[in-house]
Design a protein around this ligand. Structure first.
Ligand SMILES: NC(=O)c1ccc[n+]([C@@H]2O[C@H](COP(=O)([O-])OP(=O)(O)OC[C@H]3O[C@@H](n4cnc5c(N)ncnc54)[C@H](O)[C@@H]3O)[C@@H](O)[C@H]2O)c1
Ligand SMILES: O=C(O)C[C@H](O)C(=O)O
Length: 308
């Protein structure tokens, strides 16, 4: 299994590191436009191989896409991250051009690739990849829900004063500060609904802190997060590489599912060797349905700023 990661910055390098450390891929190719940067990150990571016990070969290239030929999976992390006080949506002006160009180069060299889109605003960038790549829809997957769900579980465990392994939960809809939909109604501690343990104030705290999870970290770090994003991508790549058929919330092109059309939005899906094996339809409460529709409208408005 050959995986390309475009963008060797904070998130790209973290993706490569987690993928390599889990030891399920033969090769990871890092690509960046900054001269020597991807090569340097690849060399540094390879020098952890004997220490961390992995055999994955990591190489780097400054924009030579011939080195990415025959990739099974490609992860797009190239583009600028937000600074404190910014929204993800403000990145569209710079990142749309980068994502479009990178997609063209990837598909030219790996026509059967499965693309995982990370660059922000992610739901709109995933939509852009659908509109410009010519790839079938099962081979374009936006990463947001896997990360947001991990942050949801972190906040649930904090409020429950429980180990994280006790809790389960999922976040769907948009990967944005206002459009995220943490499904509190379905979250559990060892199979028991968390609503049995948390009062209304605690429930509100968990939901609000989950939604602004990325903004909170951006304020603390001065740039956006990378460890959990890299780990979330590695879980998705492993689900594809090992045909795990895991249910992961991902930003996918909807054609009628959840009452939406011609939009990429976070929904639960089975992820396996073919990329998206199936979108899973779950029952939402009336309030959740309304919030999902509102998130869709906001993403649709941002998509309207794209020029193909
Ligand atoms: N979807 C998510 O959950 C999620 C999570 C974290 C970050 N992000 C997004 O991921 C992106 C990257 O974040 P980061 O912290 O790694 O930023 P970063 O600045 O550390 O790295 C980005 C890298 O992209 C490279 N790059 C720019 N244009 C390129 C091109 N045309 N070809 C190849 N490489 C190019 C840059 O040289 C840089 O090294 C941002 O848009 C950020 O908002 C998304
Ligand atoms: O918050 C950001 O801008 C980066 C990313 O989308 C995240 O959620 O960490």
């Amino acid at each position: 299994m050959k995986v390309t990661v475009v963008g060797a910055g904070a998130v790209g390098a973290s993706c490569a590191e987690y993928i390599a450390m889990k030891n399920f891929c033969s090769e990871v190719v890092l690509v960046d436009i900054k001269e020597g940067f991807a090569e340097g990150k690849a060399m540094d990571l390879m020098q952890t191989a004997s220490l961390n016990g992995f055999d994955t070969k990591i190489t780097g290239t400054t924009g030579d896409y011939s080195k990415t030929a025959g990739s099974h999976v490609a992860v797009i992390t190239s583009g600028i991250p937000r600074k404190p006080g910014m929204t993800r949506e403000e990145l569209i002006g710079i990142n749309a051009g980068i994502v479009k160009e990178v997609t063209e180069n990837l598909v030219k060299n790996s026509p059967n690739v499965i693309i995982i889109v990370v660059s922000n605003p992610m739901d709109t960038m995933a939509y852009l990849v659908h509109k410009t790549s010519g790839l079938p829809k099962n081979r374009i997957i936006g990463m947001g829900g896997a990360l947001d769900s991990a942050r949801f579980k972190y906040r649930l465990a904090e409020a429950l004063e429980s180990p994280i392994s006790d809790v389960d939960g999922m976040v769907i809809a948009a990967h944005s500060d206002t459009g995220m939909l943490p499904l509190l109604s379905k979250a559990t501690r060892n199979g028991v609904p968390v609503t049995e343990f948390l009062d209304e104030e605690q429930q509100k705290y968990v939901i609000e802190e989950t939604k602004v999870g990325g903004a909170t970290l951006t304020k603390l770090l001065g740039t956006s997060a990378w460890y959990a994003p890299g780990a979330a991508v590695s879980v998705m790549v492993q689900a594809i590489a090992c045909d795990q058929k895991k249910m992961i919330p991902c930003s996918l092109m909807l054609e009628g599912e959840y009452g939406q059309n011609d939009i990429c939005l976070g929904v639960p899906a089975i992820i396996g060797a073919n990329g998206v094996e199936k979108i899973v339809n779950i029952t939402l409460t009336a309030e959740e349905q309304l919030k999902f529709a509102e998130a869709a409208q906001a993403v649709r408005d941002v998509n309207g700023d794209l020029k193909f």
